[in-house]
Each structure stands twice: as structure tokens, then as C-alpha cells.
Design a protein around this ligand. Sequence first.
Ligand SMILES: Cc1cc2nc3c(=O)[nH]c(=O)nc-3n(C[C@H](O)[C@H](O)[C@H](O)COP(=O)(O)O)c2cc1C
Length: 365
Amino acid sequence: MTSPLFSPLHLRQLALTNRIVIAPMCQYSAQDGNVGDWHVMHLGNLSHSGAALLIIEATGVAPEGRITPNCPGLWSDANEAAFARVLKAVRQYSAMPVAIQLAHAGRKASCAVPWQGGRQLPEQDGGWTTVAPSAIPFNESDAAPHALEKTGMQRIRDAFVQAARRANRLGIDAIELHAAHGYLLHQFLSPLTNERTDGYGGILENRMRFPLEIFAAVRAVWPENKPMGIRISATDWVEGGWDLEQTVALAAELKARGCDFIHVSSGGLSPKQQMAAAPGFQVPFARRIKQETGLTTIAVGLVTEAKHAEAIVAEDSADLVALARGMLYDPRWPWHAAAELGAQVSAPPQYWRSSSANLFKPESR
Ligand SMILES: Cc1cc2nc3c(=O)[nH]c(=O)nc-3n(C[C@H](O)[C@H](O)[C@H](O)COP(=O)(O)O)c2cc1C
């Protein structure tokens, strides 16, 4: 019997050879938003993992939307050229489809990289004034973000659209909008960060408006044959915050606007969150969204065992399973999973002698 984890899936016309996704992972290694040689190595390495889809890290659609000064961007010709160079190198030796996570960090922008403490950076240290739906800082000690006016929101929407156009020119296969982990679009969704009194705040319908407008605007310029999805936090893990009920409502609205997948994470909005992370702890959220909306779901979060990932797909809790840390720890995770589950993975022929001949199949698109 074929392994459910290694069964193919189509997202629009994008063929995925199995159900394993490499989750987006910030590398904090770009200069002025430009990706470079680190990304050639990092993405090149992951592109030989045998996963079905490689999602490029949170990529700022505007300079002030970067989490740190070293996060990549896609707002300029220079950014686009830098990505073209990296992708050319990766694609020369890998046929793995590549998605990009388009992001704006809102009030969580302008931070130091994690290995330099991760705190908010003041302007004199290379930081900038952040923007958000309301002037509420993440930490009480942080400088408050500037509350966005209509023109600022329009600029951000246009920036997402322009970045999507650039992504298409780069031959990127899919877009994932970042609406999770307390970044700008999540800040609009959650009542804890959105205290607006205009049409973009208050009732759920209003809080969803800006993320949905951005989704629709990007979808409108993203080619019909290419999939586009979203990453959300299914709950803030804070009483009175964004929760699963609201996420299900959002998922239904997204589906109506042509959303092809929803990548189900949680948390990141508030320092007050009470999160009890355990293996597969976010899978029930993906399952509920899938059951109620029929949307293609990606489950993520502390999945490290092949049999666990297999069960998530076999039990129909999610259509795809994403790994982040597990993939950094073991970039051949899908090879090992395929060996354990009696399946095959795509790998470059240079590496075929590493294991039994029937583990590998030629790369195909
Ligand atoms: C180094 C690192 C960087 C990350 N960067 C991003 C990111 O750019 N975008 C995002 O949505 N999540 C990011 N995450 C979260 C992961 O995508 C993932 O959701 C989380 O680590 C849980 O999955 P895991 O248990 O398999 O690591 C990052 C996680 C790590 C460890």
C-alpha cells in the first residue's frame, strides 16, 4: 500500500510529489533585503531534502515590514535580482517547487536578530518606527507603533501586490501570505491589537477586512494556474483574543476568495500568551478548519516523527505536514521518512549511492 504521506497532491496546477512541506524559516542573513550566498547554501541544502515544497522565509514587502534589518525583502529591483541569482543556483540542481512567504511585521518589525537578543531596535541602532492597526506596542517597554491611516494601508496593500508581481517574474510557484505569529495582518485580526473605530476594527467582519483585501488584491495579480495560500495563527492563546471560531470564519471567507491552502500555526501576538506546546499541538486546529471549510490545510508544529506525520495525513487531520526545526536538524528528514514508510523520494543522482537503489527516484516536475 502506498504511504499517505508520500502520495501526490495538486494545488491548482502545481504538482506536489508528497505531503511534506518545509516551513518558512527566517535566516536573518540578508543585506538591505537582498538574499545572498547564505541563502544559496541554505535553500540549496533544503532543496535536496525530498520534501514536496520549500517555502522561503518571511520576506518583507516593504523595508519597514521586515522583522529585523537582516530579513529579506522583495520591494526593489535589487531585491528581485538577488532572489533571481539565488533561485537560479538552487534550480540548477533541484526541481523542488518553491513558495515564498510575503510578510509585513507591523509592530513586531525593527527588532535585533535573535542571536543579538531580538529586542526592539531604536532608530539610533538601525531600527525604525513601526506601523500597526492601533498604537499599542508588543511589550509595554517598546516604542508604540504608528497607527495606520487609510493611505498607509493602501501603500501596504500595493506593496504586497508589487511583491507578488516580482515573485511571479522570479518563477516562484506559490505564495503564502503571512497572517500569523502576531505580524501585521494578524494584528488587524485580533481584538487585542486592533482597537480601530473605522471599518477595519470592531466586529469580526471589520477586523478581517484588511487581510481579506490584501488576499484578494494579490490573488488578482497572481497567475490563475499558481496556488496562493495563507499562514494564520488559529489562536492567540489569550482570553478575549483571536481564536479558533474566528479562524474558521476567516478560512471560509478566504476559500470564497480563491485561497488554495491554509497553514495552521498559533500564537505570537501577545507576550501574555499561555501556550502549551507539545507534539502536534496545533494539528487539532488544522483538522477543525479542514472539516468545517474543506480548505486544504497544512499542519505544523512539533512534528518530528515520520509515523506521526503519516498519521496526520492518513487520519485526514490535514492534507500536508510542515516541518521547520526538524528540517534544520535533519535536512534529509523526508529521505528517512520514506525509508521508514517504504516510499521513495526525489534526490539528485550524485547522492543515489548513499542508500538502497529503490529509495530514490529521479527529480521531476
Ligand atoms: C529558525 C526559525 C525561523 C522561523 N521563521 C519563520 C518565518 O519566517 N515565518 C513563519 O511563519 N514562521 C517561522 N518560524 C516558525 C516555523 O515555520 C514553524 O511554524 C515552527 O517552528 C513550528 O514548527 P516546528 O516545530 O516544525 O519547528 C520559524 C521557526 C524557526 C525555528
